[in-house]
Ligand binder design. Structure first.
Ligand code: HEC
Ligand code: HEC
Length: 281
């Protein structure tokens, strides 16, 4: 309702100046909520960054080793044998790339929960550290899972994507119970936060499935093939580029803020109604 319409409605309702004064409070509550909510929407509106496909950089294992010694060794031990943090000899390139490209590592403190951040290292540095950790596994004869090769069919256009319905089915069966049907994430017991998948690249989607960052389970090639992971990546991409199928999106803030917004708006409207009714008698 425009401000003009609002005041003409007020005069049509033949409100006494006193009643208008009483209405001013609740009206301000609703107005302020609208402003606060708009600011929230605007602030969160920055689109998720999509990773441009670029040629893989030339890797330098010696540079990776030096970076490892400076930033990882204190927790993961010399040569990745483990220390206060788990060993990295057998984790493989998929885990190293996932934890570095999502900014989960390096941690500041061994007691912190790894959470997604802006990556600490450049793409070239990440490739070097990944190559070093992969080489540790090869050296010990225990190479872990490599970076899965995903071939999303629909990275550009999602309309008419042939793998979308397969991806949707697989996603709903394997991932939605934690990441939500909309990919917006949520919470598990023990305070674990399930992140939104809206900024995950197709490679990160496949890596997460292979690695299973604790407490997420891992999915081996016997459970989900690389083709199936590619279809899931297509569906996740579709989710992150498509408006919400139902209800108010509220910028994917999730169920708690949705309830919060509902309460503020709902209470404002109820307050106005109560004042109107209360003043009638
Ligand atoms: C302050 C300590 C600390 C530092 C520094 C650190 N990590 Fe970690 N890292 C951890 C802890 C603790 C975990 C286990 C987290 C969990 O499972 O909740 C972990 C887990 C990992 C994992 C997953 C291991 C697995 O079993 O799947 C990888 C990969 C990893 N770190 C790589 C790195 C790399 C590469 C660096 C350096 C750039 C680094 N970390 C620096 C503490 C650290
Ligand atoms: C039991 C719950 C659970 C299931 C099932 C699950 N996940 Fe996860 N997932 C998590 C949790 C919890 C994290 C965060 C772990 C962390 O930060 O260390 C996560 C993290 C991720 C991330 C990293 C997101 C980011 O931006 O950092 C991706 C991608 C992902 N999951 C994809 C999937 C896919 C694809 C499936 C299905 C094949 C799936 N997950 C199934 C709980 C789950």
């Amino acid at each position: 309702m425009k401000p003009g319409q609002w005041s003409s409605w007020l005069s049509r309702a033949r409100l006494s100046p006193e009643r208008r004064r009483l209405l001013a409070g609740p009206t301000a509550v609703v107005g302020l909520s609208v402003v606060a909510f708009s600011v929230l929407l605007w602030a969160s509106g920055a689109p998720a960054q999509t990773q441009a496909a670029s040629a893989p950089p030339a890797v330098d294992i010696a540079v990776g080793e030096a970076l490892y010694n400076a930033h990882c060794e204190s927790c993961h031990g010399a040569g990745g044998v483990g220390g206060v943090a788990p060993q990295l000899v057998q984790v493989g390139a998929a885990a190293a790339d996932f934890y570095l490209s999502t900014g989960r590592m390096p941690l500041d403190s061994v007691h912190d929960q790894p959470t997604p951040h802006t990556p600490y290292f450049s793409k070239a540095q990440i490739a070097d550290i990944v190559a070093y950790i992969n080489a540790l596994g090869v050296e010990h004869g225990t190479p872990g899972p490599g970076i899965p090769s995903v071939t999303p069919a629909c990275a550009e256009a999602t309309a008419g994507c042939p793998t979308l319905s397969q991806g949707q089915q697989l996603y709903l069966m394997n991932c939605a119970q934690c990441h939500d049907a909309s990919g917006s994430g949520g919470e598990l017991s023990h305070g674990y936060v399930v992140p939104s998948l809206r900024s995950a690249t197709p490679t990160q989607v496949a890596e997460a499935a292979r690695v299973g960052p604790r407490p997420m389970p891992s999915f081996g090639p016997g459970q989900l093939s690389n083709e199936q992971l590619s279809a899931i990546a297509d569906y996740v991409h579709y989710l992150s580029t498509t408006p919400d199928p139902g209800g108010l999106g509220i910028a994917h803030f999730g169920p708690v803020p949705e309830g919060f917004v509902g309460v503020i708006f709902g209470l404002g409207v109820l307050l106005v109604a109560a004042r109107l009714i209360g003043n009638r008698g």
